[in-house]
Design a protein around this ligand. Structure first.
Ligand code: SF4
Length: 135
């Protein structure tokens, strides 16, 4: 598959083998996948204090859910699933430029993508211009 084809983020079989430079001009399909964030990620993002996290993650989860920042808390893994705008884009993805608004503080899973993810070393890359109609 050529990089100019449209990959479907929900179907990893349509993804493109990652190579350097692929992110340039991409519509950020990776930022439409659910993001699992740890308490440490939320602290780095400035959404939670260390004291709050040490006291009760369940309480933290209830507050963040109320505030529309997370959609779920996975008790077993202690991970928080970030909310998605219109059920698709990460809430931290810039609506117009489709760039991460918290890049320096982004969660660990975002830093490690595509080395980890549904299809390691492959990504749902498509050029921004071919996606304009669906923004
Ligand atoms: S935090 Fe930033 S890099 Fe991670 S999914 Fe959201 S917009 Fe993308």
């Amino acid at each position: 598959m050529k990089a100019s084809c449209q990959a479907d983020a929900q179907r990893p079989s349509t993804w493109i083998k990652y190579r350097k430079g692929l992110c340039e001009g991409c519509w950020a399909g990776c930022c439409t996948l659910p993001v699992e964030a740890s308490a440490a990620d939320l602290i780095r993002l400035g959404l939670v204090t260390e004291d709050e996290a040490a006291e009760s993650l369940k309480k933290v989860a209830r507050r963040l859910e109320r505030e529309g920042i997370i959609q779920a808390f996975q008790w077993k893994t202690q991970l928080f699933v970030l909310e998605q705008r219109n059920g698709r884009d990460c809430i931290f993805l810039g609506e117009k430029d489709r760039l991460c608004t918290v890049y320096e503080r982004r969660p660990e899973v975002c830093r490690r993508f595509p080395r980890i993810g549904p299809r390691p070393n492959w990504c749902p890359a498509s050029p921004k211009r071919s996606r304009r109609a669906s923004f």
